[in-house]
Design a protein around this ligand. Structure first.
Ligand code: GLU
Length: 301
């Protein structure tokens, strides 16, 4: 008799070391961890360190130490994107060979003068689609996007769709300065690491259709998606280093976890116990249906 084994659930948390963990990123990590562990799944951590100028020295180590202090233990080795350029290069070569990617030597200014606004910045006007302008060396690589609607159903946010040509335009895979774009690296890594479910912050929902299209072009399996609510400050701004969100305190790990659970719609009793008891409570009580879809306001008055 033959049986078809279903691969185990495999999720991940993929912080960028451009800042320390704050209430928003810890809450995302906790939600993604609980989705994985409550399905007896694997949970990986990948450090997205592809943009050295934006990196804070020591942030990767501090993020990992904070995850551990809060009781979030990953499976396998931590993966660093900065060590995986070869994989991104291979994927780009395939996209070029199959006619999906093309070189572009437009300047920012040329694009800004001609482009209209899309859902996430300018929509590239397509000047280099059928060949670059002569006389310039440095060039980026872009992915050709279709005029069809790309859609998926997010477990928490519901229907998510974009017409990429209209809403985003042909987007960058490798920048002219040699930096790999997030969109390419994330898709290659998720596929290569066997990630079959992606739980992350809602600020990335706008990127999901681009990633679905890249998965299609590279013939990768499509993972499931669940975008957790965005954590915002009293002014409605996403918590981040730029909006001065305070770093998570490792010494207060138990209380930080309690607050993360409460932001995710889970209210353990205040006297539930220490970190271990709190995790035991979370494993027993985690229900995605209780998590709010919309923004959660943190801090303020
Ligand atoms: N590195 C991204 C961030 O820190 C997350 C990427 C992802 O989860 O797809 O915002």
């Amino acid at each position: 008799m033959t049986t078809t084994a279903t691969p185990p659930y495999c999720g991940r948390f993929a912080p960028s070391p451009s800042g320390l963990l704050h209430a928003g990123s810890l809450t995302t990590a906790v939600g993604s961890y609980l989705e994985a562990r409550c399905r007896n799944g694997i949970w990986r951590v990948r450090i997205e360190d592809l943009d050295p100028p934006r990196e804070i020295p020591g942030a990767s180590r501090a993020i990992l130490a904070t995850l551990e202090a809060c009781g979030l233990y990953w499976d396998g080795e931590v993966v660093y994107q900065s060590r995986r350029h070869g994989l991104y290069r291979e994927a780009l070569e395939r996209l070029i060979a199959e006619g999906h990617a093309y070189a572009c030597n437009c300047s920012r200014r040329e694009i800004a003068l001609a482009a209209r606004a899309g859902v996430d910045g300018m929509v590239y006007p397509g000047f280099c689609r059928s060949g670059m302008r002569a006389g310039r060396e440095a060039h980026a690589w872009r992915l050709r996007v279709p005029e069809q609607e790309i859609a998926c159903v997010d477990r928490l946010q519901g229907d998510c769709r974009q017409q990429l040509a209209r809403d985003v335009g042909d987007f960058v895979l490798l920048r002219a300065d040699g930096c790999w774009a997030y969109q390419l690296a994330v898709v290659v890594d998720d596929a290569e690491q066997g990630i079959n479910d992606i739980v992350r912050g809602s600020d990335l929902l706008v990127s999901t259709p681009r990633q679905l299209w890249l998965q299609h072009c590279l013939a990768y399996a499509r993972p499931g998606y669940c975008h957790l609510p965005l954590m915002v400050n009293a002014a409605g701004e996403k918590l981040s280093k730029q909006t001065l969100a305070p770093a998570i305190s490792r010494d207060a790990a138990r209380d930080e976890l309690w607050r993360a659970l409460s932001r995710l719609g889970h209210e353990p009793a205040a006297d539930v116990g220490g970190l271990d008891e709190l995790w035991a409570w979370a494993f027993a009580n985690w229900r995605l249906a209780q998590v709010p879809a919309g923004p959660v306001v943190i801090g303020g008055a």
